[in-house]
Write a protein that binds this ligand. Structure first.
Ligand code: HEC
Length: 205
């Protein structure tokens, strides 16, 4: 019992010491607040004339907005590489599949489970969206669209284009035809696949 009492007293003493707020209640000026220190009465100093913010100059309109000369761009403004496609698949699977599904057909788990979306989730394989310029997709990801909210805070511009490249591949995957194949690939279609011999695998069942 005495041990317990000692512990309680020690803990109480520590808490009192812990409540010392000297370190964070100290004299300081919040940004853009008033101050008596400077003659102009403001705590924040004005920027030196001619100051240019670095890293925020978004001159490349097509890349940052998906729009050029007032129109949605028709061509993805980054190099399409294998790595970009993989990155696009990765980001798409994380951010878009919950609603749009792995195929982009609008059958994501959220849509299937009846989550009350105001409007049905878009199906990328409609004629309208297959013909839609890539700039529109960029706009949808950046600013949202109708019932869908913006993904700008979660997907960087470069990754938005990667997602769009992957969406284009998904669209192609659902509308391929035999004439898209090379001759050796077509030949493979005619190859006879030997049926598995009955019983060879099933023995003993
Ligand atoms: C929380 C569910 C949800 C997620 C996640 C989601 N979307 Fe959507 N999306 C919607 C809904 C709902 C619509 C239909 C909006 C409408 O018509 O009002 C839509 C529509 C669209 C459309 C069709 C726009 C048109 O012109 O009809 C595109 C393209 C699209 N989404 C792309 C994406 C991409 C790319 C992602 C991932 C970065 C994504 N969405 C993630 C719910 C979602």
């Amino acid at each position: 019992m005495r041990l317990l009492r000692t512990l309680v007293i020690a803990f109480a003493a520590l808490s009192v010491v812990g409540c010392n707020t000297d370190m964070w209640v100290q004299k300081k000026s919040a940004p853009l607040s008033e101050s008596e220190f400077f003659p102009d009465g403001a705590a924040t100093r004005p920027l030196v004339p001619g100051t240019i913010p670095r890293g925020h100059l978004r001159e490349d309109g097509a890349f940052y907005t998906g729009i050029e000369n007032g129109k949605w761009v028709d061509k993805i403004p980054v190099a399409i590489t294998n790595d970009l496609m993989k990155r696009g698949q990765d980001r798409f699977d994380i951010y878009c599949t919950p609603c749009h599904g792995r195929l982009g057909d609008g059958k994501g788990m959220i849509a299937l489970r009846g989550f009350q979306l105001k409007r049905p989730v878009g199906n990328y394989h409609s004629d309208r969206l297959r013909k839609m310029p890539v700039g529109h997709f960029y706009d949808v990801i950046t600013n949202g669209y109708g019932a869908m909210y913006s993904y700008a805070s979660r997907i960087e511009p470069q990754d938005r284009w990667a997602v769009i490249a992957y969406i284009r591949a998904l669209q192609l995957s659902q509308h391929g035809s035999v004439s898209d194949l090379s001759d050796p690939e077509k030949a493979k279609l005619d190859e006879k696949v030997e049926p598995k011999k009955e019983g060879a695998e099933g023995e003993g069942h």
